[in-house]
Design a protein around this ligand. Structure first.
Ligand code: SAJ
Length: 411
């Protein structure tokens, strides 16, 4: 049997590679010709530890190939983006496009799994879209050739995808019980965690809930950091002390919440139930306000040192030890500062990249610098990402520079 994985991004490509590596005949589908060609050469178009080896093996064995058109298959896994619009509602157009590609290939009886993080109802929406163009088919379990449609949200942590994809427990929500069971059989081929079955809408909400839980808890930590700054209390010491309580486990404040999941998914809940989702909305707003607060602290420090101050910005990625700059609060702070402090000399340090992103490359007051050089030259040192390489810097090396440590590395 053949599985088609639609969308070869951060989730689809590792999923396709792992399926193929477990003996499943897999065809990856992507609209980007560059991605298709790279995958067919066994090359990974982004950084993810361990993916390259598995992909090379899967392509070399002939179990995995990529193409730009959706093929006929026995099962489909849809792993396309679900971005949000300006009004914070989910953009389902990529899911719809995937459904439109799958529909003409169906003969009846196929399994179609939506993996993309989705608002409640998206799996039903995808099924309805397919049936609208294929009225000869049905998801009705009483029909022998019915389509099996399910949601199986991914929950892997970027940086640990290859491990977590195999070891994490999975939630599978079927439009019917049969669909959930069929998806379970497919995921069993590589997943060693528990596989828990439920309805599609509950599965959709479970994924959003996990990321909202984290967002709300980070917002609590971020609010504490702003309160403590006002009250002149060291928030890192405070949290460490409070966490000695057996039932308290406060997360770490930072410059804001980045990435494509935690800063997005809670909005899908807010959009689905705007009257009820008050705490979840407030947490989002608290975390989104944090970069601006850090920016003000930097501007205060520049005002004290003189407008032509040299500022070392340590880290641009959205979190520690990765090269991913998308939706990064650190990058957002650097971009705003480049505009707001035209006379300052901004030294951006990001050991995981070798050239500035386009949004900073044009700014005459910013350049990419090495860690040691930037710290030695800086009047103000701003720690934005807790990369291991920064944590290794002893506090004494910072000298007389003013320090804005948004992650508590030198607490
Ligand atoms: N952050 C803090 N303080 C903390 C923890 C995180 O400020 O104490 C910040 C990080 O610096 C980063 C952001 O939050 O900017 C998100 O980082 P993260 O490591 O919490 O999560 P992601 O976005 O890399 O991955 C999350 C994971 N979800 C949960 O842990 C509940 C992952 O399991 C999901 O698969 C992923 O979202 C996803 O794709 O939805």
């Amino acid at each position: 049997s053949t599985v088609a994985v639609i969308g070869l991004g951060y989730i689809g490509l590792p999923t396709a590679a792992i399926l193929a590596d477990h003996g499943v005949n897999t065809i990856g589908v992507d609209v980007s010709a560059g991605t298709v060609e790279a995958v067919n050469r066994g090359e990974v178009p982004f950084v993810e530890p361990g993916l390259r080896e598995v992909l090379e093996r899967a392509v070399a064995s002939g179990q995995l190939s990529a193409q730009d058109r959706t093929p006929a298959a026995d099962a489909y896994i849809v792993a396309v983006p679900t971005p949000f619009t300006d009004t914070h509602s989910a953009d389902l157009s990529y899911i719809e496009a995937a459904a439109d590609g799958i529909a003409p290939q169906l003969r009846g009886g196929e399994l179609i799994v939506l993996e993309s993080t989705s608002p409640p109802g998206a799996t039903e929406h995808m099924a309805a879209r397919i049936l609208a163009s294929r009225p000869d088919l049905s998801t009705d379990a009483s029909r022998a050739d019915h389509l099996l449609v399910a949601h199986c949200p991914e929950r892997v942590l970027p940086g640990k995808i290859m491990e977590e994809m195999i070891t994490n427990d999975r939630i599978i929500g079927g439009i019917t019980q049969e669909a959930a069971e069929a998806a379970k059989t497919l995921y069993r081929s590589f997943c060693r965690g528990e596989i828990l079955l439920t309805g599609a809408k509950t599965a959709e909400m479970a994924k959003l809930t996990e990321n909202s839980f984290r967002d709300v808890n980070i917002a609590f930590a971020n609010e504490l950091s702003v309160i403590c700054d006002e009250l002149d209390i060291n928030v890192w010491e405070l949290i460490e002390l409070a966490n000695h309580h057996p039932r308290v486990n406060i997360l770490q404040p930072g410059p804001g919440v980045g990435g494509h999941c935690i800063a997005v998914d809670p909005w899908f809940i807010v959009d689905a139930a705007p009257q009820q989702a008050n705490l979840i909305r407030a947490a989002r707003e608290t975390n989104d306000a944090k970069p601006t607060w850090v920016l003000s602290r930097i501007e205060d420090a520049i005002a004290e040192c003189g407008q032509d101050a040299t500022v070392a910005l340590l880290g641009l990625a959205f979190k520690a030890n990765i090269d991913d700059l998308r939706e990064s609060p650190a990058l957002q702070i650097a971009e705003s500062l480049a505009l707001r402090a035209p006379q300052a000399n901004l030294l951006a340090v990001e050991p995981h990249i070798d050239q500035l992103p386009a949004s900073l490359a044009g700014a005459s007051n910013v350049r990419l610098a090495q860690t040691e050089e930037a710290i030695a030259a800086a009047d103000v040192v701003v720690l934005l990402v807790d990369h291991d390489v920064f944590k290794a810097i002893p506090a004494e090396q910072l000298g007389e520079a003013r320090l804005i440590d948004s992650r508590g590395v030198w607490r």
